[in-house]
Design a protein around this ligand. Structure first.
Ligand code: ADP
Ligand code: ASP
Ligand code: MG
Length: 410
């Protein structure tokens, strides 16, 4: 007998019929005698609808009420799955974040899980009951308010519950049958990986592969949760095991580049005519950091007449905020003009093999140039590099790099 967490994402619970199908996956494991906790997302599209309603009510809304609104989607699917399980003879009950409780920080809209009391869930297992947990939500104890974990947060709920109840494994069921070398919906030649290391998965997720929320990979890595990504659309009687996220040492065939990720949620800001002298970078980036704006790629061009241009990227959602801050700080920074672009994308190649191989990125610059793709900015780190390009070239760039590094399926 094992203890399992099974997580089902939005498309897997998109309607009552699919929820019935999910119940069959759960029944398979329960019939094996396993103790099962299920974590569910809201029905596909529901969270977007709730977010839009909230914005429609007021563009500048109370974040605590935003959480009260958007957490509701998961409540519905948790209840529905419990009912669907009971109907096929599997004892089950729903659990909301506050009922367990899943305690989080007070950062509404992107709260972090602080602790989960696994005991009530385990008592339920001892009564022979499947626990159906609403993902994405928790409670901030000092204020008693409902919180949410950021978009895609049910993945993190699942892995954190698995850590709390010392589960033998955590299966993330989604609409693809594992982690691919790049988004299979964009590159049909993408290949499914048998295994991927935590480090690489962390980079893939941070750089735009939304198959797992970044935080869920961190939690899995820190708490050594055996995590698989697999498909809810497999036959419930004969499912495939999907992709295992594991330690680097457990990867048999290491590639130089493992995967390509991309993100269209970037915006570029260029400050022209900035003085090339000590303290200018601080004048630009300290106010942004203090306002919580995440700055990513930074490029400073060679100066002429001790004046320079500074280009950097921020998340597209923070573009207006960043611009307002920079306009306010104009006297202290001292720049001639500010230009911004939202039609940019970041394309990244990830692989632990880059640690020991030189010239990996240089090959990409040449291949992209041959395709006429202009590179606006570059960043590199130990196991990845990223290029900022015009958004219109995203798919071409992803496909080019995918072929270049030998990732295309035969
Ligand atoms: P869920 O609703 O189950 O949480 P998501 O939409 O959040 O599902 O994540 C699954 C999607 O992630 C897939 O449909 C796929 O388009 C996308 N994706 C992006 N990059 C990858 C990748 N490298 N491997 C697999 N899927 C990826
Ligand atoms: N329903 C939430 C979202 O769409 C959480 C999740 O699905 O993981 O972001
Ligand atoms: Mg998701």
């Amino acid at each position: 007998m094992a203890r399992l967490v099974m997580k089902f994402g939005g498309t897997s619970v998109a309607n009552v019929e699919r929820i019935r199908n999910v119940a069959l996956h759960v029944k398979r494991e329960a019939d094996e005698g396993h103790q099962v906790a299920v974590v569910v997302s809201a029905m596909a599209g529901k969270t977007n609808e709730l977010v839009a309603w909230c914005k429609e009510a007021s563009e500048l809304h109370d974040q605590r009420e935003y959480d009260a609104i958007v957490a509701s989607g998961e409540q519905v699917t948790a209840g529905l799955l419990a009912v669907a399980l009971q109907k096929i003879g599997i004892p089950a009950r729903s659990w909301l974040g506050w009922q367990i409780p899943i305690l989080t920080s007070g950062a509404h809209g992107s709260a972090r899980i602080q602790s989960i009391d696994g005991a009530p869930l385990v008592r339920g297992f001892e009564r022979g009951e499947v626990a159906v947990i609403a993902g994405f939500q928790g409670i901030h104890q000092p204020t008693g308010r409902i919180t949410t974990l950021g978009r895609g947060g049910s993945d993190t709920s699942a892995v954190a519950v698995a850590a709390a109840i010392h589960a033998d494994r955590c299966d993330i069921y989604t609409d693809v049958d594992g982690v691919y070398t790049t988004d299979p919906r964009v590159v049909p030649k993408a290949r499914r990986m048998e295994r991927i290391s935590f480090e690489e998965m962390l980079e893939m997720a941070s750089l735009g592969a939304k198959v797992l929320q970044v935080r869920s990979v961190e939690v899995a890595m820190v708490h050594k949760v055996r995590t698989f990504v697999r498909s809810s659309f497999d036959d419930p009687a004969r499912p495939n095991s999907g992709t295992l996220i594991c330690n680097e040492e457990d990867i048999v065939e290491a590639q130089i580049v493992t995967g390509i990720a991309f993100s269209r949620d970037e915006a570029q800001i260029t400050l022209r005519g900035v003085a090339d002298k000590p303290g200018v970078a601080a004048a630009v980036f300290v106010p942004l950091a203090e306002a919580g704006v995440n700055v990513d790629m930074i490029v400073q061009v060679a100066s002429s007449d001790s004046m320079t241009d500074m280009t950097f990227t921020v998340p597209a959602a923070e573009f207006e905020h960043a611009r307002a801050i920079l306009e306010k700080s104009k006297p202290s920074i001292g720049y001639a003009s500010l230009a911004g672009a939202k039609d940019v994308a970041k394309v990244s190649a990830i692989g632990i093999g880059m640690r020991s191989h030189a010239g990996v990125a240089a090959r990409a610059f040449k291949a992209l140039a041959d395709k006429g793709v202009n590179i606006r900015a570059i960043t590199t780190s130990e196991i990845k590099f990223s290029v900022l390009i015009d958004e219109a070239y995203t798919e071409l760039a992803v496909r080019t790099l995918h072929s270049l590094y030998g990732l295309d399926a035969a």
